[in-house]
Design a protein around this ligand. Structure first.
Ligand SMILES: Nc1nc2c([nH]c(=O)n2[C@H]2C[C@H](O)[C@@H](COP(=O)(O)OP(=O)(O)OP(=O)(O)O)O2)c(=O)[nH]1
Length: 159
C-alpha cells in the first residue's frame, strides 16, 4: 500500500487504479526568473487538455532520469537548455486518460531564448497566477509555491 496521496481529476473516483506498474512519470520544470516570476505555457493543440496552462515538461523515456527528461523536453518544446534541475515536490494525478506521477523541479539557470516550438502560448507569472484555465494537476504546486513564498515573507520580516 502506497502512502502517496493521489489527486483524482474529472470523475475518476471509481477507477481505483493501482500505483503498481501503470504510473507514467512526468518531469515538470518550475523555471524561476531572477525576479521570482514563473514560466507557464499552454498545452499544445492536439494534446489532451489543449489550451490549459501548465509548467513545461513531459514524460520520461526509457532509461532517463527526471533531470535528463526535463532537459530533453525543454529543448524540444521551448528551445532552451536548462542547468541543474532541483527536484522539489511530487504528485500523483489520476486523470481519465492516464495515471501520472509529476516530478516538479525548480530550475534557476538556462541558456537560449524561449521559442515555443509546438504552438504553445507562454507567460511569466507572479503568484497568484492570472492565466487560466490551469491544468488540475498543476494547481497543487501553485498552492505549495504560494505557501513557500508566504513563509519566506514571514522569515524575511523577522530577520
Ligand atoms: N508538462 C506538464 N504536464 C503536466 C502538468 N500537470 C499535469 O497534470 N501534467 C500531466 C498532463 C499529462 O497527462 C502529463 C504530461 O504528458 P504530455 O502528454 O504533456 O507529455 P509529452 O510532452 O511527453 O507528450 P507526448 O510526447 O506523449 O505527446 O502530465 C504540468 O504542470 N506540466
Amino acid at each position: 500500500m502506497s502512502s502517496e496521496s493521489i489527486l483524482v481529476v474529472d470523475g475518476a473516483e471509481d477507477r481505483n487504479r493501482s500505483l503498481d506498474g501503470s504510473v507514467v512519470d512526468v518531469a515538470v520544470g518550475l523555471l524561476v526568473a531572477p525576479n521570482g516570476d514563473l514560466l507557464l505555457t499552454t498545452r499544445p493543440p492536439g494534446k489532451v487538455y489543449a489550451g490549459h496552462w501548465e509548467f513545461p515538461g513531459g514524460k520520461l523515456e526509457a532509461g532517463e532520469t527526471v533531470e535528463e527528461a526535463l532537459r530533453r523536453e525543454l529543448q524540444e518544446e521551448i528551445g532552451i537548455t536548462i542547468g541543474p534541475a532541483l527536484l522539489w515536490r511530487e504528485q500523483v494525478v489520476d486523470y481519465p486518460h492516464a495515471l501520472v506521477r509529476l516530478h516538479f523541479c525548480k530550475v534557476f539557470e538556462w541558456a537560449g531564448d524561449l521559442h515555443m516550438k509546438e504552438g504553445q502560448r507562454f507567460s511569466w507569472e507572479k503568484l497568484p497566477v492570472q492565466c487560466g484555465p490551469v491544468l488540475a494537476g498543476t494547481r497543487p504546486v501553485l498552492e505549495w509555491l504560494a505557501q513557500e513564498q508566504k513563509l519566506q515573507g514571514i522569515a524575511g520580516r523577522r530577520f
